[in-house]
Design a protein around this ligand. Structure first.
Ligand SMILES: C[S@@+](CC[C@H](N)C(=O)[O-])C[C@H]1O[C@@H](n2cnc3c(N)ncnc32)[C@H](O)[C@@H]1O
Length: 200
């Protein structure tokens, strides 16, 4: 399991309701979320083989009734949505009052070919203005950011085989020196947000 996945899972409490994995791709979160007690639904625009996703659909027009879901997880997807505010408004509509929206989204991260946006902490707060913000953290900080650039440089001089050890080393440094900051770091590879649908 990747360290991004471990970090987002740490932010998700055990529960027993319906949990939507928005843009869940091959359903890597299915097992861990079912083990946490949720009924898991993976919605994605494309089919990935086997039974994934559970639903083909578009984040901009979710095929759920109002107040239907207990939890929505969006890991590495907000940057892919053409109209992120429309998708976030849909999440707000389909979540029950008190339901949680857990997001992992890149900030200082290389372009991966089909990502439209990056979000700063204030951009995220603005985007999520209809939710109560429970936490906004940057578990992968400056060491991972420097590591990502170094890996890119190493690849150019045929030292790409150092990618995995360097990645692990940088994440270890971030674990010890970045996670305990009170405010989200400005040099962050990604942000981890927990938001909650408030009572009207
Ligand atoms: C970088 S992948 C992340 C996949 C998965 N959440 C993970 O972390 O392994 C982005 C995913 O978002 C999906 N996606 C892009 N636009 C979408 C949309 N409008 N509605 C639903 N899913 C979408 C893509 O098909 C892709 O599976």
């Amino acid at each position: 399991m990747s360290s991004d996945t471990q970090l987002i899972l740490q932010a998700i409490p055990f529960g027993n309701g319906l949990c939507l994995d928005l843009g869940g791709n091959k359903g890597l979160l299915r097992d861990p979320l079912e083990k946490r007690g949720y009924r898991y639904i993976n919605l994605d625009v494309r089919h990935f083989g086997g039974n994934e996703p559970s639903l083909i659909g578009d984040a901009h027009l979710l095929p759920f009734k109002d107040d239907a879901l207990d939890m929505v997880v969006s890991k590495d997807t907000l940057e892919h949505f053409l109209e992120p505010k429309a998708a976030v408004t849909e999440v707000h509509r389909v979540l029950k009052t008190g339901g949680q929206f857990v997001i992992w989204v890149p900030w200082m991260h290389p372009f991966h070919g089909d990502d439209f946006y990056r979000y700063s902490p204030i951009g995220l707060k603005h985007l999520l203005r209809d939710f109560d913000l429970v936490s906004l953290e940057s578990p992968l900080g400056v060491f991972t950011v420097v590591g990502l650039a170094t890996i890119e440089a190493l690849k150019r001089i045929r030292l790409g085989f150092l990618e995995q050890p360097l990645k692990h080393f940088c994440r270890l440094l971030d674990r010890f020196f970045t996670r305990h900051q009170k405010r989200p770091a400005s040099f962050a590879a990604a942000y981890l947000i927990v938001a909650c649908k408030p009572v009207n």
